[in-house]
Design a binder for this molecule. Structure first.
Ligand code: FES
Length: 336
């Protein structure tokens, strides 16, 4: 690098520059690649994303951006989990695994002005880290940061994941992203306010204490019992069903209390789904069984089971993909 800019390169960072770096919203970084060519790239973030802990170190906290050519998955090792154990024990760098593409309705709109509350329990926190990164990346691109409050429920601090990432997001966002760790069984040495924020189960009272009066979207992800209890608590605060988005990773679906506004929104969605068939003929080719089906009938999986067929299935929610079959022709409209 010195051969390209000898005069500009110092072996130390002057004191006044070290302070200045902390206020910058962007920086142009340069280097020389392995072929000897210089390159420069602009990195941006909220002031504070560049720090200089001493006169020879500059730290730039710039995360991977949306559009990176890879997906990241986070898998918790379960003592009785066949797949999680296999991934942890057998899969190595460079291995190829077959995976279903991301899909579904559980995603966050970074352009929305309304603040959002992300509540995750256990490994249900994994989509929340992706949503938080997306909000930060979009804020860098558009200069609009959707305010987030993240509530992370876990039994112990050892069972938490991504805590540091969320705390970094708080700093990066200048406090527009707030993170609360709620632990039900802290150890005796752990202190509230230092190691975690509250000892509790998340209830309507917790939400009243943490959230200022406002109109929020709520995103929930966790075990079915947690989600149902929390959904009911949030509804008891007068939050409309349409404002609550949920993703379960267990077999049970959320039982919702539908209100008038949510029914209206659902009706609009249905009108928009122009290609959705009201009725069709289902034909199971191997068994030769055929029947008429209309939009109010049970699912295709249930139809098959009702007729004694035994297709593969697991979640019964359209999440796991076990019951998916190959589309030979035509198109499908799929709602979860
Ligand atoms: S059983 Fe999980 S997607 Fe059908």
């Amino acid at each position: 690098m010195e051969s390209f800019g000898q005069r500009a390169i110092r072996p130390y960072i002057p004191e006044q520059h070290r302070e200045f770096y902390q206020q910058l919203p962007f920086i142009v970084a340069g280097s020389v690649n392995q072929q000897g060519w210089p390159w420069a790239s602009m990195l941006s973030g909220y002031p504070g994303f560049i720090t200089s802990p001493d006169s020879t170190t500059l730290t730039i906290n710039a995360s991977a951006i949306t559009g990176d050519m890879y997906y990241r998955i986070s898998v918790k090792r379960e003592a009785n989990g066949t797949i999680s154990k296999c991934l942890h024990d057998n899969v190595r760098v460079g291995d190829v695994i077959e995976a279903k593409a991301p899909s579904g309705n559980f995603y966050i709109d970074a352009a929305e002005k309304r603040p959002a509350v992300l509540i995750g329990a256990g490994v249900g926190i994994t989509p929340m880290i992706a949503m938080t990164s997306h909000i930060l990346n979009e804020a860098e691109r558009t200069r609009h940061l959707r305010p987030l409050t993240i509530l992370h429920a876990a039994k112990t601090t050892q069972q938490r994941t991504f805590t540091q990432n969320f705390q970094d997001a708080e700093i990066k966002s200048n406090g527009k992203i707030r993170y609360y760790s709620i632990i039900t069984q802290p150890s005796k040495q752990e202190k509230i306010g230092i190691d975690f924020n509250a000892i509790d189960h998340i209830t309507a009272d917790t939400l009243r204490q943490i959230l200022a009066l406002d109109d929020y979207d709520f995103y929930l992800c966790g075990p079915p019992a947690f989600m149902q209890a929390l959904y009911d608590e949030i509804r008891s605060l007068g939050v409309r069903d349409a404002r609550i988005f949920a993703e379960a990773f267990g077999p049970a679906a959320l039982i919702r209390q539908i209100d008038n506004e949510s029914m209206l929104l659902e009706a609009i969605k249905l009108l928009e789904a122009e290609n959705e068939a009201d009725e069709a003929v289902i034909k199971f080719v191997k068994s030769g069984f055929e029947q008429r089906w209309n939009a109010n009938d049970v699912t295709l999986l249930e139809t098959a089971e009702n007729h004694g067929l035994t297709p593969n299935f697991s979640c019964c929610n359209g999440i796991c993909g076990t019951s998916a079959v190959r589309l030979l022709k035509g198109s499908i409209t799929y709602r979860t």
